[in-house]
Design a protein around this ligand. Structure first.
Ligand SMILES: NC(=O)c1ccc[n+]([C@@H]2O[C@H](COP(=O)([O-])OP(=O)(O)OC[C@H]3O[C@@H](n4cnc5c(N)ncnc54)[C@H](OP(=O)(O)O)[C@@H]3O)[C@@H](O)[C@H]2O)c1
Length: 286
């Protein structure tokens, strides 16, 4: 059986460690503040006083601390040899820290994996939870099953360290775009006295219209085939223009819908009016 370690036993690190224990793995754990390891000691984990000892006892070490930057400091400062070991950082981070971490691990002879956990600690171990990873193909072959124990829908998305940060930024932007859409939407509705309850109750129905778009990116963008639009880019631009005029006439903050309209109208002016709205991915990439 693979020897596993978890470094960092905050909310998420503890959840990961407990899940691995419950799945029958032997694990070594370490936390900078020792008290946080007490529950895991009772549950059967081997608690070490130093990160060096925990890493020395393991083949595959999951780090879950503040960010990649702290991981670079922590793992870079270890005195134990890392050759042949795999370090998997589940801490969040940006692209440059991800690159720095992978470069440091390569210098120390260790294999790397970076993981993005799309769940709260209470969801760890659930079948429908996703942990997206980047790393060497070998590391995924060897340890992918362990990651799938932590999240049943986990997947490997490639080697490039920056890819995970890009995926985080992309998916976070989807969420934030939706949340900001609700904020602007609430503002324009308020201007005419529409009760917030009426506005909120309509959100699930309006979101159903977005469902078809999930698949459309994979279907249209790689092949650059944006034909046969059920609702064309031109139709969206016209509706956006109406919405923009409403925001403006009611004196509601209009910059969000204005940006959306300007992007779409420019693409229409450049001949993409009959295409799918996803044609904007190619158009905006320049
Ligand atoms: N919580 C979530 O819902 C969630 C979801 C997805 C991803 N994540 C990611 O998981 C990571 C941990 O989050 P969390 O919720 O577990 O945070 P947390 O409860 O605040 O725990 C943070 C942990 O990091 C350790 N730590 C911080 N700086 C350190 C350093 N310089 N050296 C060594 N250890 C250090 C802390 O040790 P001490 O106990 O000694 O302070 C603690 O164990 C973050 O990158 C977060 O973005 C969290």
């Amino acid at each position: 059986m693979t020897n596993l370690a978890v470094l960092g036993l905050g909310s998420m690190g503890s959840a990961l460690a407990h899940c691995l224990l419950e799945a029958g793995h032997n694990i070594s754990v370490w936390n900078r503040t020792p008290d946080k390891a007490e529950g895991l000691a009772k549950a059967g984990a081997k608690v070490f006083d130093s990160a060096d000892e925990a890493v020395a006892a393991s083949d595959f070490t999951i780090v879950c601390i503040k960010s990649h930057r702290e991981t670079v400091e922590l793992v870079g400062g270890l005195s134990v040899p890392l050759t042949g070991k795999t370090i998997c950082d589940m801490s969040t981070g940006d692209t440059s820290d991800a690159d720095a971490l992978v470069a440091m691990l390569a210098e120390r002879g260790a294999d790397y994996m970076l993981g993005m956990i799309n769940a709260y600690p209470s969801g760890v171990g659930e079948n429908d939870v996703t942990i997206l990873t980047v790393g060497s193909a070998d590391a995924w072959d060897q340890y992918g099953d362990i990651i799938r124990t932590l999240g049943g829908k986990s997947a490997y998305v490639g080697k490039q360290p920056a890819a995970l940060a890009a995926l985080f930024a992309g998916l976070f932007t989807v969420r934030q775009g939706f949340m900001f859409g609700m904020i602007y939407g609430a503002l324009v509705c308020q201007k005419t006295g529409i009760p917030m309850k009426v506005f909120s109750d309509q959100i699930p129905a309006t979101l159903k219209l977005v469902n078809d778009y999930y698949d459309l990116f994979a279907k249209t963008v790689p092949a650059e085939n944006y034909d046969n639009a059920e609702a064309s880019l031109k139709i969206y631009a016209l509706a956006q223009e109406d919405a923009l005029k409403t925001f403006q006439s009611l004196d509601a903050p209009a910059e969000f819908i204005q940006l959306i309209y300007e992007r779409t109208k420019t693409a229409w002016d450049e001949g993409l009016g009959e295409k799918q709205l996803t044609a904007l991915v190619k158009h905006m990439a320049g």
